[in-house]
Design a protein around this ligand. Structure first.
Ligand code: CUA
Length: 153
């Protein structure tokens, strides 16, 4: 009997979880984040697109630019980048060593970078200014120094 109850409880909480996800996806509207392909964390430097970190213009996609970040203790590559105001950018990021964060305070952009995984986030940058990228996952002694800068101009 209890098993059945737990099953119902499990399904119910799953539904709640999914509807919360649905609501927040709807609320944020114009972008999405995801974990996708697996890569070899030891070969990040030789794996596309991480062999060339930075901003790249793309054609024929739903976004204008791809912005590739490689995180490693205790920095990001690139550590500074400029992006034209109003462009839609797909951020593609991974880590070469341990788990790092990728958060831009004041925006919805907040990803976890896990070794072996590619994290992606599509955002439209409608606000000019300088934005700090912060690591919000404790990654060692230099954690609090781990930042990058995105300049929207
Ligand atoms: Cu990287 Cu904290």
């Amino acid at each position: 009997k209890f098993e059945k109850l737990w099953l119902i409880f499990g399904v119910a909480s799953l539904l709640v979880f999914l509807s919360v996800l649905g609501v927040s996806a709807f609320h944020h509207g114009h972008h999405a984040s995801s974990w996708s392909e697996l890569i070899d964390p030891e070969k990040v430097d030789e794996t596309e697109p991480f062999d060339e970190p930075g901003l790249k213009k793309v054609e024929g996609k739903d976004w204008d630019y791809e912005l590739v970040f490689v995180a490693s203790a205790f920095s990001y590559q690139p550590n500074e980048v400029q992006i034209p105001l109003g462009s839609t950018v797909k951020i593609i990021a991974t880590t070469k060593d341990v788990i790092h964060g990728f958060q831009i305070p004041g925006s919805n952009i907040n990803m976890m970078l896990e070794p072996g995984y590619v994290s992606e986030y599509i955002a439209t940058l409608n606000q000019a200014g300088e934005f700090l990228v912060l690591c919000n996952e404790y990654c060692g002694a230099g954690h609090h120094l781990m930042t990058s800068k995105i300049e929207v101009i």
